[in-house]
Write a protein that binds this ligand. Structure first.
Ligand SMILES: NCc1[nH]cc(CCC(=O)O)c1CC(=O)O
Length: 319
């Protein structure tokens, strides 16, 4: 039995703290001591409207969007100030630096995206021209494929900030991850959970990634007890789809894998930013197939259906 107390580094948002304390509780159930330490990331400071985002982290590393919630926590891991980082898996880059290990992926919560709206019970009921709060290219593109007549308001910040802005009337509806809303006790605001073949979730959505130092065998062994083999398989396959298409949280790509009896089922979708074109894949394979192979096959089929052209069209519009 592990003797030391596992120090967990967490962002300070309500959801991040819920997740970190959830893992601390699960570790204590295994007889392991755990405590949570809050670490402020550039991504958190950027949510303050008065904060001017720097071009680089303090040590000169360029600021890339996917690392903004991660870097300071990984630094604390390396410095030995914390032993474990609890991340939303979808915020973790598909390739970790070799000094870190993705030690475990516990059982995932609801992976679906949720429709938050007071007056209407579903996206299909919203009046034309309604304003939806989201900044995610994936959500915008896939929503436009369903409802080309809605508009978007840029909504950044923690879930609680976004809900407050929505309640103040800045948007008519919001799209957020079900898992986050359920975890912070806001399930009553969810009026629709999207089918995974309509608004396909981000790779890893709803799952947690437990990150340690690669050489910290003691923490890895303790944390490994929280791993869920099915969730690990599914989310790794989803992350392989993303990786094979070039990675990054700004891709309008969704991928979702789940198990039914003796098969894995993959849904993957890429949409052009205007929602006019989508490439959609559904694949069922035997349980014996590796997650890497399933993810790569899914990506290959997406490419055959024109996904790369859709994505290239998107980058031209971005420029
Ligand atoms: N990108 C921010 C982020 N990272 C993880 C979650 C929610 C929890 C999860 O998906 O596991 C959210 C908010 C959202 O997308 O609504």
């Amino acid at each position: 039995m592990i003797q030391k107390t596992i120090r967990i580094g967490s962002r300070g948002s309500q959801l991040a703290l819920w997740q970190a304390h959830h893992i601390a509780d699960r570790l204590r159930e295994q007889g392991v001591n755990a405590e949570v330490e809050v670490i402020r990331t550039v991504g958190d400071r950027m949510q303050d409207p008065n904060f001017k985002a720097p071009a680089t982290f303090e040590d000169g590393t360029p600021l890339d969007a996917k690392g903004i919630f991660i870097k300071e926590i990984e630094d604390a891991l390396l410095a030995g100030r914390v032993d474990l980082a609890v991340h939303s898996l979808k915020d973790l880059p598909t390739q970790l630096d070799a000094r870190f290990a993705l030690a475990a992926i516990p059982q995932r919560a609801d992976a679906r995206d949720a429709f938050v709206c007071e007056d209407y019970w579903g996206l299909h009921m919203l009046p034309g021209g309604s304003r939806i709060g989201t900044t995610s290219p994936r959500r915008k593109a896939m929503i436009l494929a369903l409802r080309p007549d809605v508009t978007f308001v840029e909504f950044r910040g923690n879930i609680d900030t976004r809900l407050r802005k929505w309640q103040e009337g800045v948007a008519d509806a919001l799209i957020l991850a079900s898992a986050g809303l359920d975890r912070i006790g806001r399930a009553e605001n969810v009026h629709q959970r999207f089918a995974v073949d309509e608004l396909t979730p981000a790779p890893g959505q709803g799952a947690l990634g437990l990150e340690t130092r690669a050489d910290d065998a003691e923490t890895i062994a303790a944390v490994r007890a929280l791993n869920c083999a099915d969730t690990e398989y599914a989310t790794q396959a989803e992350r392989h789809v993303l990786h094979a298409l070039g990675g990054g949280c700004q891709l309008p790509l969704g991928a979702y894998v789940h198990r039914v009896d003796e098969q894995w089922h993959l849904h993957a979708q890429v949409a052009s930013l205007d929602g006019e074109q989508v490439a959609h894949v559904k694949l069922s394979v035997p349980l014996a197939m590796s997650a890497k192979e399933l993810g790569e096959r899914g990506a290959e089929l997406l490419k055959q259906r024109g996904a790369l052209e859709l994505l290239r069209g998107d980058s031209r519009q971005d420029a």
